[in-house]
Design a protein around this ligand. Sequence first.
Ligand code: URA
Length: 246
Amino acid sequence: MERLDKIVASTGRWSRREVKNLVRQGRVVVNGRQALSPEEKVDPDRTEIRLDGEPIIYARCTYVMLHKPAGVLTATEDSRQKTVLDLLPTAWRKKGLAPVGRLDKDAEGLLLLTDDGELTHRLLSPKYHVDKIYYARVGADLEPSDVEAFAAGMTLDDGLICRPAGLEILSERECLVTLQEGKFHQVKRMLAFRGKPVTYLKRLAMGPLQLDEGLAPGEYRLLTETETELLKSEVGHLLPERQKKL
Ligand code: URA
């Protein structure tokens, strides 16, 4: 049994405080009758919950979008340095959230954190071809030959084999890089190999999930139900009947 406000808030669309008000306004309906109180305990598997008539699906796992700021480690703990988990509320940290992939200490942007191990595995596996899109500023002028080299795939001086990747030149020293893999420092290494050292790096998207530009660096929010479903759908981790509705 779970508290009603917890179930409704798990969708990421309203905070617990907002859910309390929605219940008081009589907008939450439990098995066809108006909810009595936000603290009411219900069995999420056997209870039909609706808000303004829309069904509410309980999110057992937690999915958090963080706008990672520069200067923070992508790790769950570190004895000396601040980690991305230190930016989240303690209650969430206790859930066992872990980052999905790494962003370098000096890199910024979209970082997903979740306790859904299967989704993490799928999003990171090259088998599922999830695009990660990065914005980069570089220290030398980009050229069309760089675009071709990225598209062809490249083997770096140190032997690292990089699969074909996207490079879109935005201006002489700004570009978008699209990768389906995530090897250590990969964007920086690929651009450095082309003689274009990265001076600034920000992840903008992971599959269908885009960084919410309303989040300042260091800010975070829960994913909405739609975002979670799109993400799961991208890697075939959604029940077929939910898949059809997207
Ligand atoms: N590539 C990099 O070089 N750094 C990151 O943080 C992510 C991708």
